[in-house]
Design a protein around this ligand. Sequence first.
Ligand SMILES: *Cc1c(COP(=O)(O)O)cnc(C)c1O
Length: 380
Amino acid sequence: MAKRRLSAETIAAQAGGYVDRASGGVVPPIQPSTTFVRDRDYEPHESGNIYARDDSDTVKEAENILARLDSAKTALLFPNGMAAIAAVFRALPSNSTVIVQSQIYWGTTKWVREFCSRRGLVLVESDLSKPKNLEKLCMSHKPEMVFIETPSNPWLRCTDIAHASKTVQNCGGRLVVDATAATPILTRTLDFGADIVMHSATKGLNGHSDVLAGVLATNTPDSSHWMAIIADRHDAGAVIGSFEAWLLIRAMRTLHLRVERMSKNAQIVAEYLSNHPKVQNVFYPGLTDFEGHKVAKLQMTGGYGCLLSFCIKGDASNALRIAGRLNLFHRATSMGGVESLVEHRHTIEPDTGIPENLLRLSVGIENVDDLILDLGQALE
Ligand SMILES: *Cc1c(COP(=O)(O)O)cnc(C)c1O
């Protein structure tokens, strides 16, 4: 019988079971040293550490926890999510073809377009949450890599990861999934066959709006793509500092509790909004009549995350007025923190098809009745 895998809750709560060998502490120390001594025979220190670009024990501790949360063989930390995404694309051979999901996190789309045109990669953008669409494009383009985001930001489109993995791999490509909005608590992306899972750890993984971080994890560490990613991080130097890695380790101890509570709150808020006369429609994977619900149910367990969008009846000025009347939801970008946020994406990216009457919420861990009352008075 297979050994029972430790659940993410247990891994997170115990920081991967860490006990400091030197002190017996149940919390890892921060090792800020950038360089490490050699002995008189000029052999590296017994730790193997040479220089902190590769050799921060604190970063390795965080990577160990992150890998285990995603049931991955290995994980690499980056100074933020975009640095992780950039490494994934930079590690591809020249002239590669990539298919990227359309209408995802705007920072990704913007950078990938610029990078592919400058480096001569063929870029195909399409709504890959539609299975037939992905099948057709993989057949006709034979891409080296397909990049999806599920649930997507801010449309909450849900892509069937198992189906996408099979489809992409059958054509000889690799599937990379940005699972930031799901976190490893709600979706174990690699279990569904993806080659690489990416998270902006700035969001739910850290969850306290005080650390920038990004992570990639894989079960195929020997692949040429992953080796190139390791080399890219080392050579181009997109590494995270020990202090940030330590804060992330600390924050992840309560990851499961935060994600559970946020998902519960978001579900209640989504249901409240979908019954509100001033609201046109709500985008949330946990709503049974939402387009992505069936797929989300296949691959999300324990809830549907903190992120939701809704369109109000009215125009940009109405939407901005509602945002301006909120007292508890901070008007700020980002998501996955313990405090609730509201954003008018159309103001930030006016020419990308985001409706002017759409508001995006990141629902925090507050008392949900307080949040509902705040929304209610703002929508009046
Ligand atoms: C925020 C975000 C990113 C980028 O991460 P940073 O840590 O801000 O660089 C990528 N993908 C998604 C879905 C995000 O929400």
